[in-house]
Design a protein around this ligand. Structure first.
Ligand code: FAD
Length: 443
């Protein structure tokens, strides 16, 4: 029957790895494919983090992770032929690109799919009539009822990782960029333990405060499967504290958006709600210069600029601030959500198609369970409410470090040299956004 291949994708770990449990024999080749179709939209921070995760995985496999470069439809069957492999084991990918790729690979090799990157895989939670949910709260109720498997104990699964010396094997690449997060499975488990012990209890109250930085920052590890969500959920089992309950709910959002994208793959690029196709957007030189100011964190709105600069510096942004900067792009600058989503996907280390596109569509009002279209975040009052002492803004906007307390949001005493005037008037643009949205609702 020959050795098996475990083809790693979004499961860069060895613990709790159902694909490994599914392998019958003892000889296994661990394979990762550097696929340009997935690398191209990623910025340097995400690629760097990925390469760090691959390096960590390679160490776990005794230096035997076989990394190849190319189109998986070509190189996976080639590696399977070269080593005379029987089966190629994967964990399921539910994204539009991943599904098409896997269908093509399965025509060439015996592709065995076990598990997924989600606690509850897309398609599993449905209404009584089998239809998918489009509203989160009832989905969440059914998700809790559905439950998830206990983590797979793969520590007892000893296999011999092969190093067949394939000529197409390439070294794990490195970029020069620095990611704040340390990569890989051990780092993921350590970060999870730290968050669980220090910040989980206060998560429900602290999670909305970017200045406190008390969220888990597990998104980057979940992105590449350095940890599986069920490992976290099993640690939370039986806990009824408000922090644990709130955290479980956030993990369910991740599954919900994967489910939505699974049922509506077109919504990676298009409005979930087609009525929004008629929304008017700005274009021309002024719109382009507003876009550039937003990207660079130079809009003159302190919390927006702090968020955009955190994104460029860390490849991560706090969830509350993601919503504020997204609202600003859509409703103050009147630019389309997919443009902001593409920029986020380039810069976020945790960039995830389902959570990102639907996080944007939620803010735009065009998605499932979306924010009502008339909700337009006021960037100044959002700053005052969620960064009450201004610490978050001062951390990311050095020009404003000399301004004490919450005045950093209003800049009531004047703007320091070098910090821009507001590029738009929020009051005017809010009315404009409501007028444009109003045209849709009447149409
Ligand atoms: P925590 O608050 O500690 O939450 C724990 C985990 O729950 C997260 O790691 C994440 O897996 C999940 N989660 C939390 N909130 C959400 C949510 N709203 N939607 C889906 N899952 C959630 N998340 C991504 O993982 N990748 C993205 O590309 C992404 N893009 C976003 C774009 C926009 C415009 C918005 C509004 C949200 C986006 N999110 C995205 C969701 C959320 O902002 C991040 O998951 C969160 O900030 C990650 O930080 P954390 O791990 O500290 O979160």
């Amino acid at each position: 029957m020959g050795p098996a291949i475990v083809w790693f994708r979004r499961d860069l770990r060895t613990g709790d790895l159902p694909t490994l449990s599914a392998v019958a024999g003892d000889e296994v080749l661990g394979l990762f494919v550097l696929d340009e179709a997935l690398l191209r939209p990623s910025g340097a921070s995400r690629r760097d983090f990925l390469y760090g995760c691959l390096t960590a995985l390679d160490e776990e496999l005794g230096g035997r992770l076989c990394v190849v470069r190319g189109d998986p439809k070509v190189v996976v069957p080639q590696v399977a032929r070269d080593i005379g492999a029987g089966e190629v084991h994967v964990s399921a990918d539910f994204g539009p690109y991943g599904r098409a790729r896997d269908d093509a690979v399965a025509r060439e090799v015996d592709l065995v799919s076990t598990g997924s990157p989600y606690a509850v895989a897309p398609g599993r939670v449905t209404k009584a009539d089998g239809a998918p949910y489009r509203v989160f709260t009832p989905y969440f109720g059914r998700w809790l009822d559905h439950g998830w498997r206990a983590p797979a104990d793969t520590s007892a699964r000893t296999v011999s990782w092969l190093d067949p010396g394939l000529s197409i094997r390439v070294p794990i690449p490195r970029t020069g960029s620095v990611s704040r997060e340390r990569a890989g499975e051990r780092a993921a488990l350590a970060r999870w333990a730290e968050f669980r012990d220090d910040d989980l209890a206060g998560y429900d109250t602290g999670r909305d405060r970017p200045d406190l930085d008390r969220t888990s920052r597990m998104s980057v590890y979940l992105k590449y499967g350095c940890i599986h969500p069920r490992t976290m959920l099993s640690d939370l089992a039986g806990q009824s504290g408000t922090g644990s309950v709130a955290f479980r709910r956030q993990l369910a959002w991740r599954d919900f958006y994967a489910d939505v994208l699974h049922h509506r793959p077109d919504t990676a690029r298009r409005n979930y709600d087609p009525r929004f196709d008629a929304l008017r957007y700005d274009s021309g030189p002024d719109a382009e210069s507003a876009w550039s100011a937003w990207c660079a964190g130079r809009t003159g709105y302190p919390i927006v600029d702090a968020g955009m600069r955190q994104l460029l510096a860390e490849g991560w942004m706090h969830n509350r601030v993601r919503m504020i900067v997204a609202s600003f792009l859509l409703k103050d600058l009147h630019l389309p959500w997919w443009r902001g989503a593409r920029y986020f996907m380039r810069h976020l280390v945790d960039g995830d198609l389902a959570s990102n596109q639907h996080g944007w569509q939620w803010t735009a009002g065009s998605g499932t369970d979306a924010a009502p279209y008339f909700r337009v975040f006021n960037p100044i009052s959002q700053g005052q409410k969620f960064d009450p002492d201004g610490d978050y803004v001062r951390r990311w906007v050095p020009e404003l470090r000399g301004i004490a307390g919450a005045r950093v949001h209003t800049l009531a005493g004047g703007r320091p040299d070098g910090y821009p005037d507001p590029i738009v008037d929020h009051g005017i643009e809010r009315r404009e956004a409501l007028a444009r949205y109003g045209e849709l609702k009447r149409g």
